[in-house]
Design a protein. Structure first.
Lengths: 141, 141
DNA sequence: ATCGTAAAGTTGTATATACAACTGATATGA
DNA sequence: TCATATCAGTTGTATATACAACTTTACGAT
């Protein structure tokens, strides 16, 4: 039995595989730095958004984060359970003082993580990230 | 109460947030194309590697994929359960004829996915992916 | 040959992710 | 007003991911 398509394919070109590797390596570096604050990468991203904009809905957060609504709903729930986010004005969501204080405390660790990633990517690597994200966002309109 | 670090921080610069968005958008595009073959992105990556090299161990797959050993162990188990991979020569792992045949059938869908991603990234976007991955790999030695 | 250590593999647990299906709210047209 | 249709939010289920802890295997020194 032979497999002409498979034999003609170079799997190392697979962009899904490359992106997954990039994602795993990056996530691991960030996680290492911020885990001592009990925050995951995804939770930190969510808190960051909520720290800068008030009264966002789940739908709006989904659009900002390119995240499926059920994923967001559950990530959010964990932050609400910890009282970092309040649903007091539901459906509007807001970060609490507790949430802001916790995020504030985690920022030095976040900066260390950013520094470590930047030391790997250098300026052109960080630009490359923006290039890719800008292009991919075009598909999300 | 005020939060000097938080106020001095621009969360939109966060590389973890950017990478996560990139990962979600890309994974969704690939998933859309290959799901009809019952393969996930991660499973396809694994089968691709095993289709090109014989007798790899779990450890070797982990190193190739930058994946934690327990993650790999379970992803592998799903492929073994479906008889796409055999542990007959354990600890050496091998793709089966069934696995190769299934992968062969999925390749046209994979090509469509690649085409869609490439139409978004263009040549410079795809180069940017390689730039990033090459730099990040430096940290994994 | 054996004992001890280190490495590989497995299992328990928690979060992240998305799709499908359901619920509830809201808005719009007859 | 009411019926319906759409949209936001929630819940069920499955895979992906990683850390910690455990088991098993392999290997090296004495």
């Amino acid at each position: 039995m032979n497999y002409p398509l498979l034999e003609a394919t170079d799997p190392t070109t697979c962009l899904s595989g490359k992106m997954s590797r990039i994602s795993r390596i990056t996530a691991n570096i960030f996680r290492k730095h911020i885990k001592e604050y009990g925050l995951s990468n995804s939770q930190m991203s969510l808190l960051f958004v909520l720290s800068k904009r008030r009264d966002l809905t789940q739908k709006e957060l989904c659009d900002i984060l390119f995240m499926e609504k059920s994923t967001l709903n559950r990530n959010l729930k964990r932050l609400v359970d910890q009282k970092y986010v309040t649903k007091k004005d539901f459906p509007a969501l807001n970060i609490t003082e507790t949430g802001k204080a916790h995020l504030e405390k985690a920022i030095p660790a976040w900066r260390k993580a950013m520094k470590e990633i930047r030391s790997l990517l250098l300026a052109d690597g960080e630009e490359a990230v923006d290039t890719i994200l800008t292009k991919l966002k075009q598909s999300q309109l």
